[in-house]
Write a protein that binds this ligand. Structure first.
Ligand code: TMP
Length: 198
């Protein structure tokens, strides 16, 4: 079994339900006494916080700088996650390099973003919550803050960039799991548990 086999990443549009599902997954594991940690990117380390300040429009930087911030945050985060995986835990992560490919490539060349993220290991499971722009946008309207990447036209492009990321990184489709994010939270959760065998 490889070190990254228990590294699970959830990806999807803003509003696709990744955070809800990760919270459920973590409490499900806790109830079953399965060792796990729930984490997210951008992380809450200081580089991740800098990236979030840009997303929330508190700071402004060049798109390339933002992509570098996400990659630098990821480098630190990967170190931390490595320790957890070495301790035998499941690591459930809300967003990872696929988000950089899907979002930063809106403003930068896809290959440039790919190169910045080449060094990072791929997860044992990449769970993609597929959701229409309409559904994710309706869900987002219920929230208070609108961040930099939440505009609807952007989200349509994000979907096609996610697809480009998946064909590039998963040419044979192995380790990539598409889940219907339009289903109820219970159904989505049931599907995730089944895929992970937890
Ligand atoms: P979230 O905290 O609600 O998941 O939002 C994080 C936002 O950050 C989301 O719009 C996607 C964006 N993002 C990037 O643009 N690049 C990245 O590498 C990551 C991890 C997130």
């Amino acid at each position: 079994m490889g070190l990254w086999d228990k590294f699970v990443v959830l990806e999807g549009l803003d509003g696709s339900g990744t955070t809800t599902q990760l919270n459920r997954l973590a409490s499900h594991c806790r109830n079953k006494a399965t060792d796990c940690i729930r984490t997210f990117e951008p992380s809450d380390g200081f580089i991740g916080q800098a990236a979030r300040a840009v997303l929330e429009k508190r700071e402004k930087v060049h798109p390339l700088t933002l992509a570098q911030l996400f990659a630098a945050d990821r480098r630190e985060h990967v170190q931390l996650m490595t320790e957890e995986l070495e301790a035998g835990k499941w690591v459930f992560c809300d967003r990872y390099l696929f988000s950089s490919l899907a979002y930063q490539s809106l403003q930068l060349d896809f290959e440039t973003v790919l190169e910045m993220n080449r060094e990072f290991p791929l997860p044992g499971y990449c769970l993609y919550l597929e959701c229409s722009v309409e559904t994710s946008s309706n869900r987002r309207d219920k929230r208070e803050s609108i961040d930099l990447f939440e505009k609807e036209a952007f989200q349509r492009k994000v979907i096609s960039l996610y697809e480009k990321a998946f064909t590039t990184l998963y040419p044979d489709g192995k380790d990539l799991y598409r889940i219907n994010g339009e289903d109820s939270a219970d159904t989505v959760f049931h599907n995730i548990i089944e895929i992970l065998g937890l």
